[in-house]
Design a protein around this ligand. Structure first.
Ligand SMILES: C[S@@+](CC[C@H](N)C(=O)[O-])C[C@H]1O[C@@H](n2cnc3c(N)ncnc32)[C@H](O)[C@@H]1O
Length: 262
């Protein structure tokens, strides 16, 4: 079976969660507020990781609402507990899900990693109440152009090392372009009112954004060496990620939303 490449037992995972939260939570929160999430909603947060969005949702739905946060390896940061927030260890591919139970199911950067993503999407639809919303937020990892670099060699180095990371992800069963495929997958699953928005920004060397590339490459350094990236190249890559004259496009986060037919 394909294995999730960036598993949560690694020392890098708190830094990954923290970078994702800093770079993308404001986007997710805007998207969910625009959708109208509010008091009394019952929500499922799938692959909730460090828990920031589960906690935010719990505060948004208030004491008459509820949030179930699931993850194959939950890593809730301290202080994020709430009365109306339940955290469960749960594998979204294989474990049971309640039927027709949620007003909102949200998941960010989880289905991208799962080879069974279309079946998981279809399972999530059955867990929605009629008229309930499914919101999937996923990267298109194939659109990360270098926007500025100290020289042409630096640009090539980024593309080479990042390309090797994407290759490892693909070999582990990820669809690195899944973001651009979600809208069609939702339509295929019979959902209504399907639409998408995309968010991206520039990440300069030394920023929280480029630190995401650092933690990811640190976690899979051994596999990158096996794939032919040299130790010197990795070291130069990490130095480049701290160089303010290096600027790369963030991973575009594509937010796709749709409703279960009422
Ligand atoms: C890239 S992290 C994203 C975390 C969080 N959603 C965020 O955006 O900050 C992917 C998360 O999916 C979880 N995950 C991976 N495979 C899973 C599965 N089969 N069932 C549930 N969660 C899974 C991982 O443990 C990890 O917490």
């Amino acid at each position: 079976m394909a294995e999730y490449l960036f598993d949560n037992t690694a020392a890098q995972s708190p830094d990954r969660f923290s970078a994702l939260e800093t770079c993308y939570d404001h986007v997710t929160q805007d998207n969910l507020m625009r959708l109208g999430v509010g008091v009394g909603w019952n929500c499922l947060e799938v692959g909730g990781g460090g828990g920031s969005l589960g906690t935010w949702l719990a505060d948004a739905v208030g004491p008459t609402g509820s949030v179930l946060l699931t993850d194959i390896a939950p890593k809730m940061a301290p202080g994020r507990e709430r009365e109306n927030l339940t955290v469960e260890r749960h594998d979204i591919v294989n474990d049971d899900l309640p039927e027709a139970s949620f007003d909102l199911i949200h998941s960010r950067l989880v289905l991208l990693h799962l080879p069974e993503r279309q079946q998981v999407l279809e399972r999530l639809v059955t867990a929605l109440k009629p008229g309930g919303w499914l919101v999937l937020e996923e990267f298109d990892c194939e659109w990360t152009p270098v926007l500025d670099a100290p020289n042409a060699a630096a640009r090539d180095l980024f593309n080479k090392v990042h390309g090797a990371v994407l290759q490892l992800l693909s070999e582990a069963g990820a669809d690195v372009a899944w973001g651009r495929n979600v809208q069609a997958a939702m339509t295929k699953a019979g959902l209504a009112d399907v639409s998408s928005t995309t968010y991206a920004e520039s990440w300069s060397g030394g920023s929280t954004g480029t630190s995401l590339h650092r933690v990811n490459t640190e976690q899979v350094a051994a596999q990158l060496l096996d794939a032919g990236i040299t130790q010197d190249s990795l070291q130069e890559f990490w130095t480049l990620l701290d160089d303010p004259s290096f600027v790369v496009n963030s991973y575009p986060l594509i937010t796709a939303r749709a409703r279960r037919q009422a």
